[in-house]
Design a binder for this molecule. Structure first.
Ligand SMILES: C[S@@+](CC[C@H](N)C(=O)[O-])C[C@H]1O[C@@H](n2cnc3c(N)ncnc32)[C@H](O)[C@@H]1O
Length: 342
């Protein structure tokens, strides 16, 4: 244990250097650079870690923001975002000694949360402005459920980094190639027992949308892995609308045609509305629940400017009333209408 009261003197520096050399020999996952420039060498060099992080549009100034780093392991990403000013929680299903050693040597205040993704929800972990989900999706047996859990704790954006099966040549979204998800029953992928799925890039984007994120974008491929940004809100409506706002006539549970939705059930909202024109597509209609965008699954044009829009009722909604609005590409938002979660 280093005595922090010695910080700044030669004796302290020498002891940090010795400790960094000793820890490097233990086989760390992330390389960690200490404040005096000493390096704890890990499997992943700083340059690669930085290239991955910089693939995402994460603000350089994160003061006043909260971040959850899921599957943080040694914690390089957590410590880096703390350096940018964020209040960071590093979450992992294990509590690796290396994380705590690095935290002490960096004099960091990153909190550690030992939690399995299966246990993650706003009640257990709270909600965060930004969430990192790096190098973990393919380790999970229920990847879509996991992404839903990630979405439930995200207020602004989640950043997903993942192994994909077409890393060298990712399928463009409009390529006509289907969404593919390989399943590894035992240790087929890399001889590891905790690799369960390999999506193609197109499928990874579709999974992120299906989990409930409004806007999903492939930012970059880094070393054959996909870096995907997932935003909870739609772009703001146009300042000068080119068409009047739609009017919602009803928003009901598509199973019951009632306004009640039930905790623990996979239920879908059926929203009837009138717009100022016919011929809208589901890509031109933006619905939201409590201000968060929800991806459209189905749009039916009844003619005479009447429509039906279906979207998934976010499963994590608390009991009580929730506000639904929608707009078209060229309009402001409709009036709000409420559904009830029980
Ligand atoms: C490949 S490492 C990725 C580390 C880091 N995020 C990165 O990208 O460099 C996967 C991490 O996810 C954690 N992990 C695996 N399954 C998990 C689960 N079900 N819940 C929480 N963490 C999990 C592992 O303990 C490990 O720290």
């Amino acid at each position: 244990m280093l005595d922090q009261s010695l910080a700044g003197n030669e004796e302290y520096r020498r002891r940090v250097q010795q400790e960094a050399a000793y820890l490097s020999s233990k086989g760390w996952y992330h390389t960690i650079e200490l404040r005096g420039g000493e390096i704890i060498q890990g499997l992943h060099p700083i340059e690669t870690l930085r290239e991955k992080l910089n693939a995402f549009p994460i603000p350089a100034d994160l003061r006043g923001k909260t971040v959850l780093d899921i599957g943080a392991w040694t914690g390089w990403y957590s410590f880096e975002l703390e350096r940018r000013g964020a209040r960071v929680t590093a979450m992992d299903c294990v509590a690796p000694e290396e994380f705590f050693q690095a935290r002490r040597l960096l004099d960091s205040r990153v909190e550690h949360l030992t939690l399995d993704v299966d246990e993650l929800d706003p009640q257990t972990a709270g909600t965060f402005d930004y969430v990192l989900f790096f190098g973990i999706l393919y380790h999970l047996r229920h990847p879509l459920l996991a992404l839903e859990k990630v979405c439930s704790v995200t207020r602004e954006a989640a950043f997903v980094e993942s192994y994909v099966i077409d890393g060298a040549n990712p399928a463009a979204e409009d390529s006509g190639i289907p969404n593919l998800l390989e399943f590894y029953e035992t240790d087929e992928l890399g001889g590891q027992l905790d690799n369960w799925y390999g999506p193609n890039t197109k499928c990874l984007l579709a999974l992120c949308r299906s989990a409930g994120f409004a806007r999903v974008r492939l930012e970059k491929m880094v070393a054959g892995r996909a870096c995907v940004s997932c935003w909870r809100r739609w772009d703001p409506p146009p300042e000068q609308p080119s068409e009047p706002a739609p009017t919602i006539q009803a928003a009901v549970n598509n199973r019951t045609q009632k306004t009640q939705f039930h905790h623990g059930k996979d239920e879908y909202v059926c929203c009837y509305f009138r717009a100022s024109r016919s011929g809208l597509t589901k890509e031109q209609v933006f619905a939201e629940v409590d201000g968060y965008g929800v991806p459209a699954l189905f749009l039916k044009d009844f003619g005479d400017n009447g429509y039906q829009l279906n979207f998934r009722c976010p499963p994590w909604l608390e009991p009580g009333l929730h506000e639904i609005r929608l707009r078209t590409q060229g309009s402001h938002y409709s009036q709000p209408i409420h559904i009830e979660k029980r």
